[in-house]
Every structure is written in structure tokens, then in C-alpha cells.
Ligand binder design. Structure first.
Ligand code: F6R
Length: 265
């Protein structure tokens, strides 16, 4: 379907279950699925479900390939605040992924531009990203493309906004400094993924969800770029979806999705 599909779920747990269900479905069609992954609190629950699926033998990750969205500049992968460490702790160490299939941006590359260009080349070489998992910042960032990022941006270095630095402080012990610089896939990079799953929960994301889904497409709201993506599914809980004006339609379309699928098959 050429549209942004919006799925509204009762709570965070259901949001994560739905996202994991879709990922499993995509994997069943393509066991060497290329997954784009995010860090942060929203994706944690999805990783929990993906680990459970592995324990239940519902998925085999041995051929799955992954590309992470972003990394803090200045932190190497063993640093406890690095996103590499986050991914190891919360997913990779607990599933049968082949480490050679895990791709990530380095926090301390010798040459940033060359490293970012190489990352883009690796994504192309893998045949592109099949499913890109995304969270969204309160200010609408996707990956760490802060407001004002070009809608055609590619993987590059970014300075986080003060707001994002403050939001990320919850992952850092009191007194420790929060990194301000990152490498991130660009909006243009994200837009090339075949399926984008953007998840949000909690009322502090409701304004970002409203503007991303129903507002104008603008670089001032990076999430709104997804309105131009051919296959994006937004999965939000009731709190994050509370400001959407077309809520009843989204629910109606979701309830009728099986009948719609019959026509498409
Ligand atoms: C993280 C990332 C960010 C987060 C966003 C939401 O890799 O790219 O865009 O997805 O900041 O973070 P949480 O889920 O912690 O609210």
C-alpha cells in the first residue's frame, strides 16, 4: 500500500509485540533480512520480544544482517554509553547473530567522511535495508537527524540539540557528561529502506507523532519525511497517538486490513 499506515495499540507492550510480529513476518519471507536498528528506550521492548522469539525457536538470526542508525562520536565500542555496547547488551549477545553480519558506525573513526561513505557503500552492498526500525525524538528527529536536517541527507556527523542531549542524559550516570556529537544515517539513507517501522509511546511523543503523520512535510520535522516514503508503518500507543485527528480512520483501516489484503493477493 502506498501510504503511511498508522497502527494504534493500547500500550507500549503491545506496540513492541506488533513491531516484533512484523519483523518476524518479514524474516519468514527473507531469512537473510537486512535490519536497520535503533537504540533508546522505545526499541528496548522490541528487542525483548525478538530475544523471546529466538528462545522460542521462532526465528533464526544466523543469516540476518544489521545496520545501526547512529553512534556517539568520541566513544569506542566498549564504552558503556556507546550504542555499540547498548546493542550488545540488549540484543546481540542474546541471539545467534553472526558478528560478521553486524554493521555499525564507529565512534572514533580516523576519517569521518570516508567512514560515513563506506557505511553507505556497505548498506548498498548488502542490497539495501529491508526493515528500518525507528524511534522518534520529542523534536521529531529520526536517527539523529535533528530539525533542519536536509530531507536528502546521507550518513554524516551531527551536533545534537540541547533538548536531545538533555533527553539522552537518562542513560548516563549523574555527573557524567552526555555526548553532544554523533554519526547518523541521513534522512535520505533512511528513506531508501524498503519498510520503515516507526514506534512511539507516551504522551511526550504525541506532538511529534501529530506533526510527523498529519503535519506538512518539512525539514523542521524530520519524521514528516516519512510521508514521502512508499511503505512506512507507524505504531503508536494511545498516549502517543492522542492528538491525531484521523484516529478513527486509522483504527478502521487496521480492523479491515485482512479484507484489504485479500484484494491485493
Ligand atoms: C536512537 C535514535 C533516536 C531515538 C529517539 C527516541 O538510535 O536514532 O532517534 O530513536 O531519540 O529515543 P527513545 O526511544 O529513547 O525515546
Amino acid at each position: 500500500m502506498i501510504s503511511v499506515d498508522v497502527i494504534i495499540k493500547a500500550d507500549y507492550d503491545e506496540v513492541c509485540r506488533e513491531a516484533a510480529r512484523i519483523i518476524l513476518e518479514e524474516w519468514s519471507r527473507k531469512p537473510d533480512l537486512v535490519l536497520g536498528l535503533a537504540t533508546g528506550s522505545t526499541s528496548l521492548g522490541v528487542y525483548g520480544r525478538l530475544i523471546e522469539a529466538y528462545q522460542d525457536k521462532a526465528i533464526d538470526y544466523s543469516r540476518v544482517r544489521t545496520f545501526n542508525l547512529d553512534e556517539y562520536l568520541g566513544l569506542d565500542e566498549t564504552h558503556p554509553h556507546s550504542y555499540a555496547h547498548f546493542m550488545d547488551q540488549n540484543l546481540f549477545a542474546r541471539i545467534n547473530i553472526n558478528r560478521a553480519n553486524v554493521h555499525r558506525l564507529q565512534g572514533k573513526p580516523r576519517d569521518i567522511e570516508a567512514h560515513c561513505a563506506d557505511y553507505e557503500a556497505q548498506i548498498k552492498q548488502a542490497g539495501g535495508i529491508d526493515v528500518q526500525l525507528l524511534g522518534i525524538g520529542r523534536n521529531g528527529h529520526i536517527g539523529f537527524n535533528e530539525p533542519g536536517s536536509s530531507l536528502t541527507s546521507r550518513t554524516r556527523a551531527m551536533t545534537l540539540t540541547r533538548e536531545t542531549v538533555a533527553d539522552n542524559a537518562r542513560f548516563v550516570s549523574p555527573g557524567e557528561s552526555v555526548p553532544r556529537f554523533v554519526l547518523t544515517m541521513g534522512i535520505g539513507t533512511i528513506m531508501e529502506a524498503r519498510l520503515v517501522l516507526l514506534l512511539a509511546y507516551g504522551s511526550n511523543k504525541s506532538d511529534a507523532i501529530l506533526r510527523a503523520v498529519e503535519g506538512p512535510v518539512t525539514a523542521s520535522m524530520p519524521g514528516s519525511a516519512l510521508q514521502l516514503h512508499p511503505r512506512t508503518t507507524i505504531i503508536a500507543d494511545e498516549d502517543a497517538a492522542r492528538l491525531l485527528s484521523r484516529k478513527e480512520y486509522y483504527r478502521w483501516a487496521y480492523e479491515n486490513r485482512d479484507q484489504m489484503t485479500e484484494f491485493l493477493e
